[in-house]
Design a protein around this ligand. Structure first.
Ligand code: FES
Length: 120
């Protein structure tokens, strides 16, 4: 899909891990660009329909590129690669999220429902 204009030297490359797969990527790329350069397009799934989502805007607006980077949820397009980053796709299990919503609701006295009903 994306091809570098110029072949990078080993000094210009870093190793990242996506779902335990080691990838050599350009050290000047964002995580999203690096994953796209390896034809990895699906980074998460929607909660309701489990539809695949991947980088779309590449500028921090759509949030379709959310991933776990070293254990924290971050936008892949807004995070630069670094040697040894451990990246995981967002596998949203509706049962786990429902449990979390109910737990949050019981702690805050809310309904636990998403106010928008959007499939995000
Ligand atoms: S691709 Fe849209 S926020 Fe990252």
């Amino acid at each position: 899909m994306f091809k570098p204009l110029k072949k990078k030297t080993d000094d210009e490359m870093v190793t990242i891990h996506f779902n335990d797969q080691a990838l050599q990527v350009d050290a000047t790329m964002s995580v999203a660009a690096a994953l796209l350069s390896h034809d990895i397009r699906t980074l998460r799934q929607t909660l309701k329909s489990q539809s695949p989502r991947g980088p779309f805007c590449m500028m921090g607006a759509c949030f379709d590129c959310l991933v776990q980077i070293d254990g924290a949820t971050q936008q892949a397009c807004m995070t630069m690669v670094q040697e040894g980053l451990k990246i995981r796709s967002m596998q949203q299990n509706p049962e786990n999220l429902q449990d979390e919503a109910e737990q949050n609701a019981s702690e805050t006295g809310g309904s636990g429902q998403n106010s928008t009903g959007a499939d995000t």
